[in-house]
Design a protein around this ligand. Structure first.
Ligand code: AP5
Ligand code: MG
Length: 213
């Protein structure tokens, strides 16, 4: 099963991808996570990407396309995967077309998650990651803002550099202007399921699962 999870920053791609990856035992490929990993390891591509990401811009298509190709080449993609955060430009769609042609992937599931801007800004400015178990949380939704509800770690939350309100609004503008045209590109090729992402996490998962049957 190959799933492309698409949608604006903060719509819940990472949250849903982690759940689906466990449910279907398939790999979660998040281009943002790959870049952040490169940044923390101090690789050449990470150094090039850090400043771009922190200010909310997109990194170059060449860099991103190369990293996705490399990731797929180094994993057993045949059991399936969930792509989260790629493609984000028409140029990246063309890179993905050639990857899918090479891998003989003809019918991926394309899921678009949608939510209003104010919901997204609120979610992202309250988002934290547990540095111990890597779960994504929202400070609005957990009983104790100092304790991870998943692993119990205390003071383990970290915040992304690009999650302040100003950068979030910039990322949303880039999504609207540069990334949304990707939907038109794929609606002519594949069925695209459009789902409401403002329901609870569980309801959004259930609605995605219905599309995958
Ligand atoms: P990336 O890491 O992909 O970020 P993004 O697309 O901006 O999306 P986010 O990760 O911010 O949000 P999400 O949809 O995963 O939401 P989440 O599940 O965390 O990219 C970061 C940067 O890397 C880019 O800006 C760019 O610079 C670069 N980059 C990456 N890919 C690139 C590419 N292909 N080309 C060029 N550059 C690229 O949820 C958000 C919050 O909401 C959490 O707190 C969560 O707990 C909460 N939440 C989730 N679902 C629900 C729900 N149903 N109800 C209530 N709360 C919810
Ligand atoms: Mg994410």
């Amino acid at each position: 099963m190959q799933i492309i999870l698409f949608g604006a920053p903060g719509v819940g791609k990472g949250t849903q991808a982690k759940i689906l990856s466990q449910k279907y035992n398939i790999k979660h490929i998040s281009t943002g996570d790959i870049l952040r990993d490169s940044v923390s390891r101090g690789t050449k591509s990470g150094i090039a990407a850090k400043e771009v990401m922190d200010r909310g811009d997109l990194v170059s298509d060449d860099l991103m396309g190369g990293l996705v190709k490399e990731t797929l080449a180094n994993m057993d993609y045949k059991t399936g995967f969930i792509l989260d955060g790629f493609p984000r430009t028409i140029e990246q769609c063309k890179i993905m077309d050639s990857i899918f042609a090479d891998l003989n992937i003809t019918n991926p599931f394309f899921i678009l998650l949608k939510a209003d801007t104010e919901v997204i800004v609120n979610r992202l400015t309250q988002r934290r990651f547990c540095s111990k178990c890597e779960i994504i949380v929202n400070l609005n939704d957990i009983p104790n803002v100092n304790t991870c509800p998943n692993c119990g770690a205390v003071n383990s939350f970290i915040e992304r550099m690009d999650d302040n309100a100003e950068v979030v609004r910039k990322r949303l503008g880039i999504y609207r202007d540069t990334t949304l045209p990707v939907i038109d590109y794929y609606q002519n090729k594949y069925k695209v399921a459009i789902l409401n992402a403002t329901d609870s996490v569980e309801v959004v998962t259930a609605n995605i699962v219905k599309e995958l049957i």
